[in-house]
Ligand binder design. Structure first.
Ligand code: RIB
Length: 340
C-alpha cells in the first residue's frame, strides 16, 4: 500500500508543506495546536517519512553497513555487536549484509550500498580482487574499513589480528604437548586469514626441524559441515599414518572435526587433539571444551567502526591506520594432553 505524501498531510491538516516539515524536523518551532493537527493528519493518513531520500538530499546518510563473510558464524555476531555499539553511540544505524563467502554476492551488496550512499562500509572481503569496487566507493566519498583483515593499503584503514602469530601459538602448543604429526583443516586459502594461520603453524615447525610435519586438509568453506568432511579425510589413512592433532582455521571447522571424530569413536584429546580459532562462546561450551586462539571480536568491530566514523567526519585528509591486535591461546580439554 503506497504511503501518503507530505503534500496530502499538509492539505489534510490545512497547513503549508513547510509547517509539516517543521513538525517533523523542528517540532518546537510549531504552535502546539498546529503541531497536534499535523500529527493527527500523519496518523490518519498513515504517512511514513522517507528517511533515505532525506539523507540523500542532505548528503549525509546515518546508515553504516557491515558486510560479513558468514552471518551464521558467531565470530561475526560478536564483531557486529562491537561495531553496532559504536555506530549507535554516534546516533547512526548499522545494517548487516552477508556475502556468504561468495565474491559475486559481495559485489552486489557493495553496488547497492553505493546506490544508498551509506555513510561508510565495514567489510571482511571474501578474497582478493575487490580493489576496484572499494576504490569506486572511495571516489564516491564512502569510506571503507577492512575488518579481521590486515592491509598495507594507504587508501583505507584496517583492523585485524596477527593471524600468523595465532597459527604459530597453536602449533607451538601442540609441539610442546609432544605432537609431531599435525594437520591444518581449513579453507579456502584464498581467504588471507586462512593462509596466514597456516603460515604461522608451518613456521613454528622450524623450531623442530625434521622432527615434525604439518599436512593440510583444505576445505571449501569455513563451516561445521566442512570440518566434518575434513575429519573424514584425516581418518582415511591407517591409524599409524594419521595426525595426532588438528589445528582448525576457525572454531566452526573445529566443532565439525570434533563432531565427526567423536561419532567415529576417536577420543579427543587422547587419540587426536584439536585447536580452533576465534574462541567463540560455543568453543568453551562444546562437549569436549575446545582450545582456541582467541580473537578480540567485539573490540575488532568497535575499533573498525570508530575508525570509519572518524574518516567519515574528517574526509579526504583522514590519516589511515592499520590496527593489529595480538591473539591469545586459550587451552582447554581438547588439547590439554601430553603425548608420551
Ligand atoms: O574472516 C575469516 C574467518 O576468520 C572467519 O571465518 C572467522 O571465523 C575468523 O576466524
Amino acid at each position: 500500500m503506497a504511503t501518503a505524501s507530505i503534500k496530502e498531510v499538509a492539505r489534510h491538516a490545512g497547513v503549508s508543506l513547510g509547517t509539516v516539515s517543521n513538525v517533523l524536523n523542528r517540532p518546537n518551532t510549531v504552535a502546539p495546536a498546529t503541531r497536534q493537527r499535523v500529527l493527527d493528519a500523519i496518523a490518519e493518513l498513515g504517512y511514513v517519512r522517507n528517511d533515505s531520500a532525506r539523507q540523500l538530499r542532505a548528503g549525509r546518510s546515518r546508515t553504516v553497513a557491515i558486510v560479513v563473510l558468514d552471518v551464521s558464524n558467531p565470530f561475526f555476531t560478536d564483531v557486529v555487536r562491537g561495531a553496532e555499539q559504536a555506530v549507535e553511540e554516534a546516533g547512526m544505524m548499522l545494517v548487516v549484509c552477508n556475502s556468504g563467502e561468495d565474491g559475486a554476492r559481495e559485489r552486489r551488496h557493495l553496488e547497492l550500498l553505493e546506490e544508498q550512499r551509506v555513510r561508510g562500509v565495514l567489510i571482511t572481503p571474501v578474497a582478493h580482487g575487490l580493489q576496484p569496487d572499494l576504490e569506486r566507493l572511495h571516489r564516491r566519498g564512502i569510506p571503507v574499513v577492512l575488518v579481521d583483515r590486515g592491509s598495507g593499503q594507504a587508501s583505507r584503514c584496517s583492523v585485524a589480528v596477527d593471524d600468523v602469530l595465532g597459527g604459530r601459538l597453536a602449533m607451538t602448543h601442540l609441539l610442546d604437548r609432544g605432537h609431531r604429526h599435525v594437520a591444518y583443516a581449513g579453507g579456502p586459502f584464498s581467504i588471507p586469514q586462512v593462509a596466514d594461520r597456516h603460515a604461522g603453524a608451518a613456521a613454528a615447525l622450524d623450531d623442530h626441524p625434521g622432527t615434525a610435519d604439518l599436512r593440510v586438509a583444505t576445505t571449501p568453506s569455513l563451516t561445521v559441515a566442512a570440518g566434518r568432511r575434513a575429519a573424514e579425510e584425516l581418518l582415511t589413512p591407517p591409524a599409524t599414518d594419521r595426525p595426532t592433532a588438528v589445528i582448525c582455521a576457525n572454531d566452526l571447522i573445529a566443532l565439525g572435526v570434533l563432531q565427526h571424530l567423536t561419532e567415529q569413536g576417536v577420543r579427543v584429546p587422547d587419540d587426536v587433539a584439536i585447536v580452533g580459532y576465534d574462541d567463540i562462546e560455543f568453543a568453551g561450551a562444546a562437549a569436549v571444551p575446545l582450545s582456541s586462539v582467541r580473537q578480540p571480536r567485539e573490540q575488532l568491530g568497535r575499533t573498525a567502526a570508530l575508525l570509519l566514523l572518524e574518516e567519515a567526519e574528517t574526509g579526504p585528509t583522514h590519516r589511515h591506520r592499520h590496527v593489529v591486535f595480538q591473539p591469545e591461546l586459550v587451552v582447554r580439554r581438547s588439547s590439554d594432553h601430553r603425548r608420551s
